[in-house]
Design a protein around this ligand. Structure first.
Ligand SMILES: Cc1cc2nc3c(=O)[nH]c(=O)nc-3n(C[C@H](O)[C@H](O)[C@H](O)COP(=O)(O)OP(=O)(O)OC[C@H]3O[C@@H](n4cnc5c(N)ncnc54)[C@H](O)[C@@H]3O)c2cc1C
Length: 482
């Protein structure tokens, strides 16, 4: 009997999942499938933290399918080979999926669509992962946007995105499930051999149930978002990024969830403060728009002159940065938060990234690679935008000469030192005046706090004032060479 294969990828949810919804509406038996794709290192396969998240997310989705009398098949390998053999084995006649937009994924999906159509199968794809598709939006000249503000204005002018679809009520199961090559979740090998992932598991609940709980709790605080979002110790941001990356909740569900909340508060249009949250969601859209139209940007600077920037290698300094041992407490707190929880607050992402590319003059790609491996929300579009923005090489980037001072940033955004105290406990007995710059603290206070610099906590690996001058000189040398 004909049936429909539903290929799930970065849309690990039942609600607002157009491919699943439309497949269910055919009334035919459905065969949901996830493939751990076999792609080369050059194409940014999921990093270690992302793989841990994926394991738990698939586990949760398998349970959801089981509750609906269905299953989620798992496979590893080349999508075309796997889908072809499943079509033959099951007699399915069509394949449905939601579109994705990273350059290598676009190529895989296009080739697959062509091959399936040529072989006489139906391949249907749907928009489900962004508020709008990257090709739906262009400037007056018909070109992609490179600057955020006009992009955001254009988004607002287009009105609200379409409303989310409900989860299908019924998922018809095939008479018999393909079993010849079944793969178990553990066989995907997503969890590390040495189990370092406990702290990630303790911090997060992957899957759409976790996404919904996190979103509900954020909606209670959303009125304070605008004020609190820059302070890493406050519970100010939504932490929806890993859920959005894996598609355990859709951006449209968040958008409309926020609007519904506003209307419950008696507002026909969202307040300016709440609008600022929706604006962040559109940064995510902008990142996907840029990567879709400039596919080289995950590896090369968007502003070509930065190809000649005199980066340094600094292996030891890179190691110190990665492991939270730079001697700058706010940088170390951020890198340790990342290592422990797989996530870092946006303000601190900017501070640590600036420290790497400007104070240490280490290539942004090294930072992007480390984030890629350690973030549970590692996302090629957002990570590329973030790093190119900080490095000054992006289309709409912070100018290179604007160099974050890690001490003043720390004093401003973590004035009472609570974020530092949480993640760098060896400094916790220092008072607020010195916790941001322990190397300047009087010896007697350091001693009273139980700290000997270079023993309990490192001395700064570089003098920021000197580093700043060196970075400006590097920029000048790049500009002079043009
Ligand atoms: C160097 C650097 C690297 C980054 N790498 C990633 C990454 O790999 N994955 C990732 O999701 N985000 C990345 N970001 C963007 C941002 O830091 C995170 O999206 C945000 O901190 C996630 O926390 P949240 O969900 O609480 O954000 P909120 O402030 O609650 O925002 C809600 C959502 O809006 C989107 N968003 C917010 N800010 C941005 C932004 N600047 N760019 C794109 N989307 C945004 C995210 O999807 C986020 O979940 C990076 C930023 C920098 C500076």
């Amino acid at each position: 009997m004909p049936s429909v294969l539903v290929w799930l990828r970065n849309d690990l949810r039942l609600e607002d999942n157009p491919a699943l919804y439309h497949a269910a509406r055919t009334g035919l038996p459905l065969i949901p499938l996830y493939i751990l794709e076999d792609i080369s290192r050059a194409h940014w396969p999921p990093g270690s933290a992302g793989r841990v998240w994926l394991h738990h997310s698939l586990n949760s989705l398998q349970q959801q399918f089981r509750c609906k009398g269905s299953r989620l098949l798992l496979r590893i390998g080349n999508p075309l080979d796997i889908i072809r053999s499943l079509l033959e084995e099951t007699g399915a006649t069509s394949v449905y999926w939601n579109r994705r937009y990273e350059p290598v994924q676009v190529k895989i999906d296009q080739a697959l669509k062509t091959a399936l159509c040529e072989a006489g199968y139906t391949a249907e794809s749907f928009p489900g992962n962004l508020l709008r598709e990257p090709h739906e939006i262009a400037n007056k000249q018909g070109n992609p946007y490179k600057v955020f503000t006009p992009f955001w204005k254009a988004y607002q002018a287009m009105g609200d995105p379409v409303t989310p679809l409900p989860a299908p009520k019924k998922l018809a199961a095939p008479k018999s499930w393909p079993g010849s090559t079944s793969t178990s979740l553990n066989e995907l090998g997503l969890l590390p051999a040495v189990r370092w992932d406990k702290s990630i598991h303790d911090t997060w609940q992957a899957g759409s149930v976790g996404a919904e709980a996190m979103f509900k709790s954020f909606l209670k605080r959303i009125d304070d978002y605008d004020e609190d979002r820059n302070f890493p110790h406050r519970d100010g941001v939504s932490r929806m990024s890993p859920y959005l990356h894996f598609g355990e909740i859709s951006a449209r569900m968040i958008w409309h969830g926020v609007l519904q909340r506003e209307s419950r508060e008696g507002r026909m249009t969202p307040s300016a403060r709440v609008m600022n949250y929706l604006r962040q969601l559109v940064w995510r859209e902008f990142a996907h728009h840029l990567l879709f139209h400039f596919p080289h940007s995950s590896d090369k600077p968007l502003r070509p002159e930065f190809a000649a920037f005199p980066w340094r290698t600094g292996r030891q300094q890179l190691y110190a940065w990665q492991h939270g041992l730079t001697g700058y407490p706010i940088v170390d707190a951020g890198m340790r938060e990342l290592w422990h929880s797989g996530w870092m607050h946006n303000r601190v992402r900017m501070i640590v990234a600036s420290f790497l590319v400007k104070d240490l003059l280490i290539h942004w790609r090294e930072g992007a690679k480390w984030f890629w491996d350690t973030l549970v929300d590692a996302d090629l579009a957002n990570n590329t935008l973030g790093w190119q923005w900080v490095a000054g090489s992006g289309a709409d980037a912070a100018p290179y000469f604007r160099i974050f001072n890690p001490v003043t940033q720390s004093e401003k955004f973590d004035a009472d030192g609570n974020y530092i105290r949480r993640w760098v406990p060896e400094l916790s007995a220092l008072d607020n005046q010195w916790i941001h710059k322990p190397w300047q603290a009087p010896a007697v206070l350091l001693q009273a706090a139980g700290i000997t610099l270079g023993r309990e906590y490192p001395r700064p690996i570089i003098d920021h004032a000197v580093a700043r001058q060196r970075a400006l000189a590097a920029l000048k040398s790049m500009n002079d060479a043009r």
